[in-house]
Design a protein around this ligand. Structure first.
Ligand SMILES: Nc1ncnc2c1ncn2[C@@H]1O[C@H](COP(=O)(O)OP(=O)(O)OP(=O)(O)O)[C@@H](O)[C@H]1O
Length: 733
């Protein structure tokens, strides 16, 4: 039944070809025959098949076109083509602008706007003056042009007349010389021939010249556009856009600043237009990177830029750790240091302590070579009379960095160190025989010994303060006084590595006072504070290393008592503030931005003792790594240089200074201190404390024994009466 209906439908709605294949006709209201139906259905099937074929073809073509159009090669080729095209257009724009600027005052107006945006009134005044001068010069030039045609005609007439006159004169000379009147016009004829020949050449080359001229112009515009980077950035191909390691140019810096996402900065830079680069100081080579100062437009704060370090680095096609932002003294200025791509991942060379066996050290006049600053310059640190604190996450090179400084100290034979390593895994073992005290271990007993070491330091400090007072010295502890151990003022360094262990110690002493903690009864804390307060002036130093400088691990007072504060990578900005202080972090110190692991041994140093670039609050130093083996070798060298190996049981030969001085004075009432020192050396040549004793050193030493050595006629003189009185006092005691 349905078949009949279908046929009916087909008959009604379709045009059928007549059997002879001629005209078509509509048959309506009639059933069609089987034959016609078969014909119709086969035609329909064919049409459908054809349609499907077309669709397949269309899809294939579409896919092919889409594949070709979206293929990387096509994209690259298309972009390359468009880029080069836009160089030509851009070049034309640049040229037009140059011409416009040369002919008008627009350049000055742009610079004036830039100075105004930056709020630089001095520069604004200067540019105004220059703009006025330029306007005047231009006016003068225009006036000159009014006279130019008359001058030109005059010049041409005079020039032509002179030339003809000259050629005529030349012809006369030739005619006279050759006695041939016909030669008078010879030179003029030659000139005419030359003109003819040039005209002929011009007609020959004119056609090709005219043909080539537009291309030469296009090429020149393309070159100008290319140099000016006139193509939009989306037309740059992948390889170009990555820009990794691109050299830093003023336009790159200005664009990076513009795109920082600081609205005011972006608007100001846009307003400045091409004069944006006037915000920048010169881009200077600085070690393995470049450095540039940026004067920010008014209304943009240095902190805002500092907070955008990562974005700035990305805009400069660098990694975050490769860009450092510090705040120099000049107002509204940030200093950017931008590393050459990947340069910071290159290791720095070994320490001079390792490579140069002849390295010497003088605490008073020298600096410890610690590493390199980011500019690649050697970073050396002055350590005299400076307490030190170094912090950083575990395993980032804290012990190694601290030990490198102590190794340098060891090469100055006048120094003494007492070391507590509260981790105790052998990092400081090489100081056995070199340190007068070496505590190694993490237990409460080790903390107790460390606390006692600090308390002995306090006692020594107090003795020295009293002795210095008694000596009447006016310049504190001088180098001469400090130089030799026997003077009683030689530099002492109390080194506590992993100091947090001491603060966390729960042990309570017999006096009921806790060793650890941060109360005002805590023994370690109190001893550390006393040394921080008064030790510096009498050469008693405290150096501490700690993992995490929180209030529990290292109280604020102890953190702030250190003159030199160094931090390896720490976890957060808050920790960075604890490690280095607010001032340093506000000024751009960012140990929290260092990379854990990758930046092992890199310290950000604030405070005293480091040569900071003007106006900077901190410096980043990549320290030389001295491994255990090399450290042992340097320590052995120091022991050899000192001539004696100190052991805990056996100190240097004991001598009694008062007895010895009494002996060398003999019956004399007063002897110059230099002579007494010389006699002491003669008396006990093997005694290290006498070996290099000076008059000042002797005076200080005697002061610590209660004998005042005064100057007689400007020379320090030891009086026998005072020595005998001190001996008598001692006997009475
Ligand atoms: N200046 C450096 N350069 C490169 N690598 C270093 C440097 N200093 C240390 N390291 C590496 O870091 C490792 C850990 O060093 P170190 O023991 O000094 O760390 P630490 O911070 O004291 O660790 P912890 O706090 O856990 O004791 C060293 O074994 C060494 O491989």
């Amino acid at each position: 039944m349905s078949t009949d209906n279908d046929r009916e439908e087909l008959a009604r709605v379709h045009y059928l070809p007549s059997h002879n294949g001629a005209d078509t006709e509509v048959i309506e209201g009639e059933l069609i025959s089987d034959e016609e139906y078969a014909l119709l259905t086969s035609q329909k099937a064919q049409a459908l098949e054809r349609y499907r074929g077309y669709r397949r073809d269309a899809v294939t073509v579409y896919k092919g076109v889409r594949y070709a159009a979206t293929h990387d090669y096509t994209k690259t080729a298309g972009k390359t083509l468009m880029r080069h095209g836009s160089y030509v257009l851009g070049g034309a724009g640049v040229l037009a602008k140059r011409v416009w600027e040369a002919k008008t005052n627009s350049r000055y107006e742009r610079l004036l706007r830039a100075a105004e945006v930056q709020g630089d009134w001095e520069r604004l005044g200067e540019w105004e003056q220059r703009a006025e001068q330029a306007r005047e010069h231009r006016h003068r030039r225009r006036m000159d042009w009014l006279d130019a045609p008359a001058k030109l005609v005059k010049a041409v007439v005079i020039g032509a007349a002179s030339l003809i006159g000259f050629l005529f004169a030349l012809g006369i000379v030739l005619a006279v010389a050759s006695k041939d009147l016909g030669k008078i016009l010879g030179p003029i004829e030659a000139l005419l021939q030359l003109v003819q020949w040039i005209a002929w050449v011009v007609t020959v080359v004119w056609g090709p010249l005219v043909l080539a001229a537009p291309w030469v112009v296009v090429l020149a515009l393309w070159n100008i556009g290319r140099r000016a980077g006139a193509a939009p950035s989306w037309l740059s191909t992948g390889g170009q856009r990555s820009g990794e390691g691109e050299p830093i140019t003023p336009s790159i810096v200005v664009t990076a600043l513009r795109d920082l996402g600081i609205a005011k900065l972006a608007t100001a830079i846009k307003e400045m237009g091409d004069a944006g680069a006037s915000m920048l100081g010169p881009i200077r080579l600085a070690g393995c990177g470049v450095e540039v100062d940026v004067t920010l437009p008014s209304g943009v704060t240095t902190e805002e830029v500092q907070r955008k370090r990562r974005k700035l680095a990305e805009n400069l096609t660098r990694h975050e750790h490769e860009v450092f932002i510090t705040i120099p003294q000049a107002a509204r200025t940030v200093r950017l240091w931008i590393a050459d791509s990947g340069a910071l991942d290159e290791p720095i060379g070994p320490s001079p302590l390792v490579t140069d066996p002849d390295t010497t050290a003088d605490l008073y006049t020298g600096r410890a070579p610690w590493g390199q600053d980011l500019r690649g310059d050697a970073a050396a640190i002055a350590l005299l009379q400076r307490h030190l604190l170094i912090t950083g996450l575990s395993n980032q090179g804290k012990t190694a960095a601290l030990r490198a400084l102590v190794l340098w100290l060891a090469l100055d034979t006048s120094t003494e160190f007492r070391i507590a390593d509260l981790k105790g895994v052998g990092d400081w073992r090489m100081f056995e025989g070199l340190a007068t005290r070496l505590i190694q271990g993490p237990t409460d007993e080790h903390v107790i010994a460390t606390t006692e070491m600090l308390e002995e330091g306090v006692a020594e400090m107090e003795r020295r303060i009293a002795a210095l007072e008694a000596s009447g010295a006016t310049d504190g502890v001088t180098r001469e006084m400090a130089r030799y151990p026997g003077s009683g003022f030689h530099p002492i360094f109390l080194v506590v590595d992993e100091a947090q262990v001491a603060f966390m110690c729960p042990a309570i002493g017999e006096d009921k006072r806790p060793y650890g903690g941060t109360k005002n009864t805590s023994r370690y804390f109190m001893a550390a504070r006393k040394i921080h307060n008064q030790g510096r002036a009498v050469n008693v130093h405290l150096w501490q290393g700690t993992q995490d400088p929180t209030d529990q691990n290292l109280p604020k007072l102890v953190r702030e008592g250190a003159h030199i504060r160094a931090s390896l990578v720490v976890g957060t900005e808050e920790q960075a503030r604890m490690a280095l202080g607010d001032k340093a972090v506000n000024g751009g110190a960012a140990p929290h931005k260092l990379r854990q692991g990758a930046d092992k041994g890199t310290v950000v140093v604030a405070g005293d003792g480091v040569p900071l670039p003007a106006g900077q609050a901190s410096i980043t130093i990549r320290t030389h790594f001295i491994n255990g083996e090399d450290a042992t070798e340097v320590a052995e060298r120091a022991k050899t240089r000192r001539g004696t190996v100190i052991t805990a049981e056996e100190g240097p030969e004991e001598r009694d200074l008062l007895d010895d001085v009494a002996e060398v004075l003999g019956t004399e009432a007063a002897v110059k201190a230099t002579d007494v020192a010389a006699r002491l050396r003669e008396l006990a040549p093997e005694h290290t404390d006498y070996r290099k004793l000076t008059a000042e050193g002797l005076a200080a030493w005697l002061a610590s024994e209660g004998v005042v050595v005064k100057k007689v006629n400007g020379t320090l003189t030891v009086r026998a009466r005072m020595i005998h009185a001190a001996l008598a006092d001692r006997d009475d005691d």
